[in-house]
Design a binder for this molecule. Structure first.
Ligand SMILES: [Zn+2]
Length: 355
């Protein structure tokens, strides 16, 4: 099944189409804007326009040719969609690591094909050295089907420097600075200020705004089949202009709520903290608990972005990451929650006003 069409961002599309038609499209772009406004979908739309062979130089994709169809089913061999994945725990040699990352990315893309509205990646997902090596390998290939290759790199703020991998990092920077003639990079991020400055200085930034309610409503009606007017209005109002927030109840919004409850517990004094920890049900264990921790990480990152007490927030993020690793292992979530809520209370992180 093809992925749902792109909604909104008409002004940006218009400018991109014009740039393609006149041959002035920059080869390294960064789409930045709030989470869930469709940055990666817009990047795929651009990729389609770039590989389409039916558009007759208009800069717009025809939607009908073989290239268009392959992009829309996420199976075009020259459109490389990269997403951050959780590092593999298996010890393996470098080649095997690249294979594992390729597999993990493939699984994530398959999931996104199934579920067009996906949440943010887990707090542990990143672009490790193996992902960069995979990208460089694919970069070295000639286009398989058409004349161009497009690399879409979602959540580009998760590209972080790695010790011992300087050569690969340098190769990536060089590729961004002077992409091969047949290659376009589209990076996306909701946190441009978290991007490595070395990357930020090599891309042309394109800012995407929140969508109008009518655009979000159109998506909900046409792609999700929401018909009840009251339900529609309610769900649209909650999205704050971000289609990605139209998730089924219990997903994204639930995580954020749980994270707020957690931070409230941090501030609630000893008794309140233990009440919260004991309230963490062992049976909803790994899944529910780790996604609450993901919500918490998101919340802390937001505080860091808004200039919260950075040292404290960074320390808190480390503590949450440790808790997450424990919870994924065989440790009782109640125990992890009790320790974490205490650690965070000690660090003073709860004193930050929530957004
Ligand atoms: Zn086409």
């Amino acid at each position: 099944m093809p992925i749902p069409p792109l909604y909104g961002h008409e002004g940006t599309r218009y400018r991109l189409v014009g740039a393609i038609a006149s041959g002035r499209l920059p080869q390294a772009l960064l789409f930045e804007g709030p989470e869930g406004v469709g940055k990666q979908r817009l990047a795929l739309w651009l990729a389609q326009a770039l590989v389409c062979e039916g558009g007759r130089g208009t800069g717009e994709a025809c939607g009908k040719c073989q290239h268009c169809k392959l992009v829309l089913t996420l199976s075009h061999p020259d459109v490389h969609w990269f997403v951050p994945v959780e590092p593999s725990r298996k010890g393996a040699d470098a080649d095997k690591q690249v294979e594992l990352v390729e597999e993990a990315i493939g699984e994530e893309i398959a999931a996104r094909r199934e579920h067009p509205l996906y949440g943010p990646p887990s707090g542990l997902a990143s672009y490790g050295i193996a992902a960069v090596r995979l990208l460089l390998r694919r970069l070295a290939l000639k286009p398989a089907l058409g004349r161009r290759k497009v690399f879409v790199i979602g959540n580009a703020e998760r590209l972080v420097p790695q010790t011992g991998a300087e050569a690969a990092a340098t190769a990536l920077l060089k590729a961004l600075e002077e992409p091969p003639a047949d290659t376009v990079f589209v990076l996306t991020t909701a946190a441009p200020e978290s991007l490595l400055p070395t990357i930020l200085s090599r891309v042309v930034r394109v800012r995407l705004a929140r969508l109008g309610d009518s655009v979000v409503a159109a998506f909900a009606q046409q792609e999700l089949g929401v018909t009840d007017e009251r339900a529609l209005a309610q769900r649209v109002a909650l999205t704050d202009g971000r289609i990605g927030r139209l998730l089924a109840e219990g997903n994204g919004a639930g995580e954020a709520d749980a994270a707020h409850q957690f931070l409230a517990a941090v501030k609630a004094g000893v008794a309140g903290r233990y009440r919260f920890a004991l309230g963490v049900q062992p049976f909803q264990a790994r899944g529910g608990f780790t996604s609450m921790l993901d919500g918490l990480l998101e919340e802390l990152r937001e505080q860091a972005r808004n200039g919260g007490a950075t040292q404290t927030v960074v320390a808190a993020i480390t503590q949450v990451l440790e808790a997450r690793a424990l919870a994924q292992g065989n440790v009782n979530p109640q125990l992890v929650a009790a320790v974490l809520v205490d650690d965070l209370a000690g660090s003073g992180v709860g004193e930050e006003a929530p957004r």
